[in-house]
Design a protein around this ligand. Structure first.
Ligand code: 2BA
Ligand code: 2BA
Length: 109
């Protein structure tokens, strides 16, 4: 068994969860926050048999779109207090970030 951890943009949450449900996956959605942009995102935890991992990833891939965003990077305090001006930088966010990890034990008690 594997645990698929998928970090998805808030805007794609409903499309991904509807498609996962339709395909019969069991999953949990956790509200999360990107460390860099500090925007809300959601983390899907999908516990699934090995042979269904690719199907789950394909669903996430299909329903998550990448987008470009301009951000002003957080500045270290010392630089900010010196009055430095920084210009926004363009970052590409998503589609989705996916990790797959082995599940040592799965129990429903
Ligand atoms: P954030 O940390 O808010 O990052 C949003 C986007 O900003 C990233 O998009 C990336 O394009 C850029 N970015 C992030 N950290 C950066 C840095 N130190 N320097 C320059 N640019 C940076 P994605 O890579 O698509 O990531 C989307 C979200 O997925 C991230 O939101 C974070 O919540 C999560 N994530 C990405 N990589 C991760 C990792 N290795 N471990 C855990 N979470 C991760
Ligand atoms: P929910 O997803 O809200 O599911 C509540 C209950 O509905 C489940 O109880 C199960 O009896 C049923 N259920 C869920 N998905 C189903 C599906 N695709 N087809 C048929 N019945 C389904 P539990 O199995 O005790 O799960 C309780 C909660 O634990 C779930 O809440 C979910 O948040 C999490 N969970 C369960 N299995 C998971 C897995 N494989 N991966 C990640 N999270 C899981």
């Amino acid at each position: 068994m594997k645990l698929v951890i998928a970090i998805v943009h808030e805007r794609d949450k409903h499309k991904v969860s509807d498609a996962l449900l339709e395909a019969g996956h069991k999953f949990t959605i956790v509200a999360s926050t990107g460390g860099f942009l500090r925007d809300g995102n959601v983390t899907f935890l999908i516990g699934t048999e090995d042979e269904s991992v690719d199907g789950a990833i394909e669903i996430v891939r299909r329903w998550c779109s990448s987008r470009e965003q301009y951000v002003t990077q957080p500045m270290p305090d010392a630089i900010a207090s010196a009055g430095a001006v920084i210009s926004p930088v363009k970052v590409c966010v998503g589609g989705a970030i996916i990790f797959v990890v082995d599940v040592e034990k799965y129990e429903r008690v």
